[in-house]
Ligand binder design. Structure first.
Ligand code: NAD
Length: 499
C-alpha cells in the first residue's frame, strides 16, 4: 500500500494527524494508496513557511517569474505521459482524456508567461502641476486553492500558475480522492526554478479547508467543486475578510432546433454527455429538442451511438470511450438517481444498468443511460447527476426550450444547435449562463479568455484564468507623487483638486 504525503517546503512530508483517506484505482475497485488528511496545525505550519518564502519571490522581477512558467511548460510536455498515467490510475479517465486534462492546465501556464505585460501598471504624467500618478499591481501574499477530483491537473494549474506568476505563495488543497498529480506538478515547477515554499500541497478534507479559511495569513481562496461546499467556502471566506471565488456544480442544457444538423448534434451529445463518464462540470446532461419530430429523430440517432459506446479501464488505451466513475459511492448515487428517474415516470430508452466489464467486475463502471420524456419537476432534471446519464426534455418551441435553461438554478454552460443565425444570436444574448456554445457542445473558453458560470455555478466576481486571474491574484495600489519643485508652501486643507 502506497503511503502518500503532503508537499511542504520542497519536501514530501508524511502526515502526522493520524487520519487518512483511501485512494482507489476506480478501474479495479482496489485501494491503492492512503492519503494523509492534514490537521489544523499541519496546515498552519505550511502557511507559515509560505508566508516566510513569499516576499523574496515577490521581489523577483516579473520576467524571471515568467521564465519559471516557460520552463514549467517544457517539463509538463516532457512528462506528459507520466502525468497522464498517474492521473488515469487515480481518476479512471482514459489516457487521452487525462493528457487533455494536463494540456488544458498547461495552456494556462503558457498564458501566464505573458505576466510581465499583464502586471504593468498605468501611469499619468503631469496629472497636476508637478504631479505624476501611477498604479502598481502587487501580489496579495499567500493564496490558497481547494480543487475537485474531476480535473486533478487542469484546475490546480488554473489557480496556482497565475497566483505564483503574480508573486504570491500558494497553498493547494487538492481532492483527497486523486491527490498524486498535484504533488507531481509541485515537484515539476520547482524543477523549473520555483523556490521552495512557494507552492505547497496539503492533502486533507474539511479540517484542512477550515484551517485555510480561518488562517489570517491567507489572503485569497479559490474553490472549484460542488455547489453546497462552494456556498460554504464563499460565505466563510468572505466573513473572514478574504478575497474568494468559488465555482460550483452544473446542469448544462443543449437546445436542438428543428433546423439543426441532427447527425452533428447527436455526435456532439454523445461526446459531451458521456465523455469522462459525465464527470465534467461542462458535460451536457440535458438535451432539449424543439418539437416532437426533432425529438423523435434525435432519439433515433442517439440510441445506436450510445449503445455503441465502449466503457473500460484506461489500460485499454484508445479502445474505450470512457472509464469508471471516481468511487463506489459516486456509482451508487448515479444508480439511485437513475431509479428515481424511472420511478418518477421518465422513459429509460438506453438502459446502462448492470454493466459488467470482464476482468474488472469490482471497478466503478456505470453504463451509458438515455432518458426520454423527462419533465422539469423530476429529480433527474433538477439535480446534478455527474455520471453518464443524459436526460431528454422535449420542448414545444424555442421559447419553452430557452425558458428551461433560464429557469434552472445552475448556469455553468449551455449550447444551441441550429442553422438559424437569428435564433443562435438571440440565445447567446438572452441566456443567463456563463459559457455558451453555438453548434459547440462543450464551450470551455481557452486560457486567454476567462472561465466561469453564473447563478449557483459561481460565487464571486472574477472568473478563472485569462485577464481576470491577474486581477484576482493582485491588489492595485495607486501612487500620487510630487517632487519638491512642484510643492507650494503652506498646508492644503480642502480635498486636492487638480488644476
Ligand atoms: P466536492 O465539493 O465534493 O469537493 C471539492 C473540494 O472540496 C475537495 O478538495 C474536497 O476535499 C473539499 N470538500 C469536500 N467536502 C468539504 C466540506 N464539507 N468542507 C470543506 N471542504 C470540503 O466536489 P468533487 O466531488 O470533488 O467535484 C465534483 C463537483 O465539482 C461537481 O459538482 C462539479 O460540477 C464541480 N465542478 C465544477 C467546476 C466549475 O468550474 N464550475 C469544475 C469542475 C468540477
Amino acid at each position: 500500500m502506497q503511503e502518500l504525503t503532503h508537499y511542504i517546503n520542497g519536501e514530501h512530508v508524511a502526515g502526522t494527524s493520524g487520519r487518512q483517506a483511501d485512494v482507489y484505482n476506480p478501474a479495479t475497485g482496489e485501494i491503492q494508496a492512503q492519503c494523509p488528511l492534514a490537521s489544523k496545525s499541519e496546515v498552519d505550519r505550511a502557511i507559515e513557511i509560505a508566508s516566510a518564502a513569499q516576499p523574496a519571490w515577490a521581489a523577483v522581477n516579473p520576467q524571471r517569474r515568467a521564465r519559471v512558467m516557460m520552463k514549467f511548460v517544457e517539463l509538463l510536455n516532457r512528462d506528459m505521459d507520466k502525468l497522464a498515467l498517474a492521473l488515469s490510475r487515480e481518476h479512471g479517465k482514459t489516457l487521452p482524456d487525462a493528457a487533455g486534462d494536463v494540456q488544458r492546465g498547461l495552456e494556462v501556464v503558457e498564458f501566464c508567461i505573458g505576466a510581465p505585460h499583464h502586471l504593468k501598471g498605468d501611469f499619468t504624467d503631469s496629472a497636476g502641476p508637478g504631479i505624476d500618478m501611477y498604479s502598481m499591481k502587487q501580489p496579495l501574499g499567500v493564496s490558497a486553492g481547494i480543487t475537485p477530483f474531476n480535473f486533478p491537473a487542469m484546475i490546480p494549474m488554473w489557480m496556482f500558475a497565475p497566483a505564483i506568476v503574480c508573486g504570491n505563495a500558494f497553498i493547494l488543497k487538492p481532492s483527497e480522492r486523486d491527490p498524486s498529480v498535484p504533488i507531481m506538478l509541485a515537484e515539476l515547477i520547482e524543477e523549473a526554478g520555483l523556490p521552495k515554499g512557494i507552492l505547497q500541497v496539503i492533502n486533507g478534507d474539511k479540517e484542512a479547508v477550515d484551517a485555510i479559511l480561518n488562517n489570517p495569513t491567507i489572503q485569497s481562496v479559490g474553490f472549484v467543486g460542488s455547489t453546497p461546499i462552494a456556498e460554504y467556502i464563499y460565505a466563510t471566506g468572505c466573513a473572514n475578510g478574504k478575497r474568494v471565488q468559488c465555482f460550483g456544480g452544473a446542469k448544462n442544457h443543449m437546445i436542438i432546433m428543428p433546423d439543426a444538423d441532427l447527425d452533428q448534434a447527436a455526435d456532439a451529445l454523445v461526446g459531451a454527455g458521456y465523455g469522462a463518464a459525465g464527470e465534467r462540470c461542462m458535460a451536457i446532461s440535458v438535451a432539449v429538442p424543439v418539437g416532437d419530430e426533432t425529438a423523435d429523430r434525435l432519439i433515433a440517432k442517439l440510441i445506436p451511438r450510445i449503445e455503441a459506446l465502449k466503457v473500460g479501464p484506461y489500460t485499454s488505451g484508445n479502445d474505450v470511450d470512457y472509464g469508471p466513475v471516481i468511487t463506489s459511492a459516486a456509482k451508487e448515487n448515479i444508480e439511485r438517481l437513475v431509479q428515481t428517474g424511472i420511478d418518477q415516470g421518465a422513459s429509460l430508452v438506453v438502459d446502462g444498468r448492470n454493466l459488467k466489464i470482464q476482468g474488472y467486475e469490482d471497478g466503478f463502471f456505470v453504463g451509458a443511460h438515455l432518458f426520454d420524456n423527462v419533465t422539469t419537476d423530476m429529480d433527474i432534471y433538477k439535480k446534478e447527476i455527474f455520471g453518464p446519464v443524459l436526460s431528454t426534455v422535449r420542448a414545444k418551441n424555442y421559447e419553452e426550450a430557452i425558458g428551461m435553461a433560464l429557469s434552472h438554478e445552475y448556469g455553468n454552460g449551455t449550447s444551441i444547435f441550429t442553422r438559424d443565425g437569428d435564433a443562435a444570436r438571440d440565445f447567446a444574448n438572452r441566456i443567463n449562463i456563463g459559457m455558451v456554445g453555438i453548434n459547440v457542445p462543450i464551450p470551455v473558453p481557452l486560457a486567454y479568455h476567462t472561465f466561469g458560470g453564473w447563478k449557483k455555478s459561481m460565487f464571486g466576481d472574477l472568473n478563472q484564468h485569462g485577464v481576470d486571474s491577474f486581477k484576482f491574484y493582485t491588489r492595485t495600489k495607486t501612487v500620487t507623487s510630487r517632487w519638491p519643485s512642484g510643492i507650494k508652501e503652506g498646508g492644503e486643507f480642502s480635498i486636492p483638486v487638480m488644476e
